[in-house]
Design a protein around this ligand. Structure first.
Ligand code: S3P
Length: 180
């Protein structure tokens, strides 16, 4: 059993995990750690390079290793995961054992407009709209193990941050009272 002091953001690419994690970190004064950034920091290669050289399977192995290490940190943290981190049962079990899991979601059109200008996602190479629709179908329900789901399509970041902070407070009233 983990130490349950993490806020873990999951969700498809372009649902706002990184932006929300940054704003949440600022508002709650809890450090924010991005799994993809940590993978790049420890491995030394960029994500597209890892996919080209080691394939998606190689990337997923690194992802699980880093996710596990981050979730075992003794201090509270906001952990923003990559969109595919939910695909392994092992990862899902690690997440629910170590904190509050929040799914961010968004409509396909919003996702497509958010990811269109960013070419750093290996799984969205080629026809971005087609790739997003296909992957959304493949991953239908993959994020549903979360404790809470927030649709970010039409909400401001500060509204989303408030909702997550409230959920955290309800999940951890004792811990929050001690830490404030
Ligand atoms: C992936 C999502 C990416 C990154 C990698 C694979 C996925 O992260 O981990 O390109 O499988 O959905 P973001 O969700 O932050 O874009």
């Amino acid at each position: 059993m983990g130490n349950c002091n993490k806020i873990i953001l999951i969700g498809f690419m372009g649902t706002g995990k990184s932006s929300v994690a940054e704003a949440l970190s600022e508002a709650m004064q809890i450090p924010n750690i991005d799994v993809d950034k940590e993978i790049v920091a420890v491995d030394g290669r960029g994500i597209p390079e890892i996919f080209v050289q080691d394939g998606e399977a190689g990337f997923r192995m690194l992802e699980t290793k880093v996710l596990k290490q981050l979730l075992q940190l003794p201090h509270p943290a906001i952990i923003a995961t990559g969109g595919g981190a939910v695909l392994k049962q092992e990862n899902r079990e690690l997440m629910v054992a170590n904190g509050l899991v929040i799914q961010l979601s968004a409509s396909a059109d919003v996702i497509i407009s958010r990811v269109s200008n960013d070419r750093g996602r290996p799984l969205l190479q080629g026809d971005v709209a087609e790739r997003v629709h296909t992957l959304l179908k493949t991953r239908a329900n993959a994020y549903d193990f979360a404790h809470l789901t927030i649709d970010t399509s039409n909400q401001s970041i500060s509204q989303i941050v408030n909702d997550i902070a409230k959920a955290w407070q309800n999940a951890n009233p004792d811990r929050l009272e001690r830490e404030i």
